[in-house]
Design a protein around this ligand. Structure first.
Ligand SMILES: [Zn+2]
Length: 416
């Protein structure tokens, strides 16, 4: 294969730029990285990204929800669009590569074609979503939801931990929720996202890149168990102990989640005991359940099974049971045709065959699947650690991802 000058270094530069953006002023915390939606670090980051996009031959805009978009024209003015992207926001004390690496690989991709003077029958667009993590406001994926043209019920009176409303934060950027719908991307052929794996599969398999088969559906429940608060001297057979019932429920939920190790996870991540004290039999407990699975239908079956199990144990223990669904995020399967192209691109450029992975973590791609066929490329991260300053990727792996994306776009062009 003939390699031009930037080919061995585009990925390395993308990683170096993630490192540059990992500290102030691109972070709102003095040590480490925190880049919340619409904060000063987000602003500084948009300016730097805009500069890099311009250098890579793109026309740059910020849309109605605060996403940044770089446009690299096709051979005709009204050419359809191949959209590449990920998110620019981070969690508090986050890693440098989660999200941002996918945006910077998009810029490197365009930079490669710009430098070689190559245009396609489609335009290339690079998008950096502003709100994926929901790390500032109790929202999530507003950036991709708007770009995908999904209707959203948004309460702009919600506040961040400092008491700033979403409405005021948007106004500071000249934005308002009523205009989010105008952010819908037009004429999109496909969406491609490169992202660190955030799980240890690739690291353990000693492989640089993986292909995503699908992103898990998620649902969350709030469960209230009501027994009878009582003196700790109450005889055991007289009690209606809500916490003991919760303990049994948690163990049962864990067991149900272990039924399909390849594609199912269940988590009780939060428990609250009302008026808990060493000398009180707990009367009321609230807990959350998070269920994730990629295969359509599994999540619903498991939710039903957990509901039945909880009901049976609560009847036996004379405990009141209330289950409320508090979140419902539909998963998505990657497009088979795009996956085949991406697999061939990875094989051609890196000489490795990528495994087909399931993503239990949510990504913008699951939202963009509403707009266009999508696919995702996973990049090995050390020990699978993410949402943590210890997040780490290898130069060589990011380089392999860059080369795979370049080859993917060329092959995509051939199929048009
Ligand atoms: Zn991410």
């Amino acid at each position: 294969m003939i390699q031009d000058m930037d080919f061995p270094t585009g990925g390395v530069r993308a990683k170096a730029r993630c490192d540059e953006l990992g500290v102030a002023p691109f972070s709102d915390q003095p040590d480490g990285l925190f880049r919340p939606y619409l904060g000063p670090a987000h602003k500084a980051t948009q300016e730097r990204l805009s500069q890099w996009m311009t250098e890579a031959g793109m026309r740059v805009e910020t849309d109605a929800v605060g996403n940044i978009i770089g446009h690299y024209a096709g051979t005709t003015p009204d050419a359809p669009v191949l959209l590449v992207g990920s998110h620019v926001d981070s969690v508090r004390d986050g890693g440098r590569y989660d999200g941002m690496l996918g945006v910077l690989l998009g810029i490197e991709l365009v930079s490669h074609f710009h430098r070689t003077g190559r245009r396609f029958a489609f335009a290339l667009e690079v998008i950096g979503f502003g709100d994926e993590e929901g790390s500032r406001f109790p929202t999530y994926m507003m950036g991709s939801r708007s770009a995908a043209g999904l209707t959203q019920q948004i309460d702009d009176n919600v506040t961040d931990p400092e008491g700033v409303t979403l409405r005021d934060a948007l106004a500071a950027w000249g934005l308002e929720t009523s205009r989010f719908m105008t952010a819908r991307r037009q004429n999109v052929l496909a969406y491609v996202e490169a992202h660190i794996e955030q799980a240890p599969y690739l690291d353990r398999a000693a492989l640089p890149l993986g292909l995503v088969r699908g992103i898990a559906s998620q649902c969350r429940y709030r469960v209230t168990l009501t027994g009878q608060a009582d003196h700790a001297g109450t005889a055991m057979h007289e009690r209606r102990d809500a916490l003991a019932a919760a303990a049994e429920a948690i163990t049962a939920i864990e067991k149900i989640g272990a039924q399909d190790p390849a594609d199912l996870v269940t988590t009780v991540g939060w428990v609250s005991v009302e008026n808990g004290a060493p000398n009180i039999v707990p009367g009321r407990v609230v807990l959350t359940i998070d269920i994730r699975a990629v295969t359509p239908g599994v999540r619903e079956d498991v939710a039903q099974q957990i509901g039945d199990t909880l009901q049976t144990l609560c009847i036996r223990r004379h405990i009141g049971l209330e289950i409320e669904r508090i979140q419902d995020l539909k998963g998505a399967l990657c497009d088979k045709r795009l996956n085949t192209l991406l697999k061939q691109a990875i094989e051609q450029s890196s000489g490795t065959t990528p495994p087909l992975l399931l993503s239990q973590a949510g990504h913008d791609a699951m939202i963009m699947a509403h707009l266009a066929p999508m696919t995702m490329l996973f990049i090995r991260c050390k020990d699978g650690i993410s949402h943590n300053p210890a997040e780490s990727v290898d130069d060589a792996d990011v380089e392999a991802a860059h080369q795979a994306m370049v080859t993917f776009v060329e092959r995509f062009g051939e199929t048009m």
